[in-house]
Design a protein around this ligand. Structure first.
Ligand code: ATP
Ligand code: MG
Length: 340
């Protein structure tokens, strides 16, 4: 049964976001929308990954610390409800760092270097051989996060699939060392838009690349972003037939417009000729303005009460401490380090 609709067997869900900037439309369609539905049926924890945010920002730690509450405000603004979902802060859970140390002994450097997402991030960040050790090993810390909550299902964007593969490799190694099932493997849950492109169509929309439309974007920012969107470069006159594949305006209409039949008719007209980019962009802009406006308004209200946002993290982290410590204790036992 589709876990989004709900299943007879509740799943344990763990997911998270790096505190490297406010959340954007890629997060919304890639994972946040699903989380709002999943929290109604399943046990869900969301981790604000501040320590993972430092792995490529140690030279500018303020970027991470100043975005922790922004991320929590984004969660609440899209409808994640702290009475249904546990929202916690990675650095408040010491068991996660300890688990990372134990798992590090089960993973080789060459395996980490082969991780395709890490590989492309190293290239795009220009690290060359000066890769922070924490960055190269962040898939191990993600394995610690996922297994510490005994998660069975992880809602993620497509870039995270290699991390879940590495997590399951670690799970199998731990279970084989133990000679019994101590940790469980997890499954990814992808949305219909697992890799929302940036407005220029060149990359995935990312906090760190400065190419995002944030959930708190102003009307003007949304307008400017849509106007600059990449379409079909050969579609010069309105009457020319146009290409829909790779046309970012249509990718976004597919991801965000609620009337799928209408988008389908627009595509048909665009392919045939007679529909201009100005018109499709106007339709998309209206759709995004209507969708983001209430989120932005709620986000501003939540951000005006920082104490409430901190309290959400304090409560969530407290609730997670015991759970994660128990998994750590099981792992220490496997390595024979629980003698005291
Ligand atoms: P950073 O640039 O700092 O890595 P990010 O924008 O990639 O930030 P993350 O915090 O790394 O965001 O990712 C959080 C979650 O959102 C992950 O599950 C990731 O797969 C998903 N996600 C991020 N960007 C997109 C996107 N453009 N489309 C779909 N899902 C996305
Ligand atoms: Mg990322």
């Amino acid at each position: 049964m589709n876990p989004i609709q709900g299943s007879d067997k509740p799943e344990i869900i763990l997911t998270g976001d790096r505190a490297t900037g406010p959340l954007h439309l890629g997060h919304y369609v890639g994972s946040l929308k699903q989380r709002v539905t999943l929290q109604k049926v399943h046990e869900q924890t969301i981790l604000v990954a501040d320590m993972q945010g430092l792995t490529d920002n140690a030279h500018n730690p303020k970027k991470v610390s100043s975005n922790i509450l922004n991320v929590v405000a984004d969660y609440l603004a899209v409808g994640i409800d702290p009475s249904k979902t546990t929202i916690c802060l990675q650095s408040q859970l010491p068991a996660l760092a300890e688990l990372t140390m134990y798992y590090s002994n089960l993973v080789t450097i060459s395996r980490l270097e082969r991780n395709p997402t890490v590989k492309s991030e190293i290239a795009s960040k220009g690290f060359e051989r000066s890769i922070p050790a924490g960055f190269l090993t962040y898939p191990i810390s993600q394995a610690a996060d996922i297994t510490a909550f005994n998660a069975s299902l992880v809602p993620v964007g497509g870039d995270q699939l290699p991390m879940l593969e590495q997590t399951n490799e670690i799970v199998r190694k731990v279970n084989s060392l133990a000679g019994r099932v101590v940790l469980r493997e997890c499954k990814p849950l992808l949305s219909d838009a697992p890799r929302l492109p940036s407005t220029d169509g060149k990359n995935k929309m990312s906090k760190s690349m400065g190419n995002a439309i944030n959930l708190g974007a102003s009307e003007k920012e949304i307008r400017t972003a849509v106007k600059s969107m990449y379409t079909d470069p050969n579609h010069l006159r309105v009457e020319d037939p146009g290409e829909v594949a790779g046309n970012v305006v249509f990718t976004y209409l597919d991801a965000f417009h609620t009337d799928k039949a209408y988008v389908s008719r627009l595509k048909e007209r665009y392919r045939h000729g007679g529909l201009g980019d100005g018109t499709t962009k106007k339709i998309l802009e209206t759709c995004l303005q209507d969708m983001i406006r209430p989120i932005r308004d709620r986000r501003n209200v939540f951000l005006s009460d920082k104490a409430q946002l901190i309290d959400v993290l304090v409560q969530g982290s407290q609730a997670s401490r015991e759970k994660t410590a128990e998994v750590l204790s099981n792992i220490k036992e496997i390595f024979g380090l629980n003698i005291l």
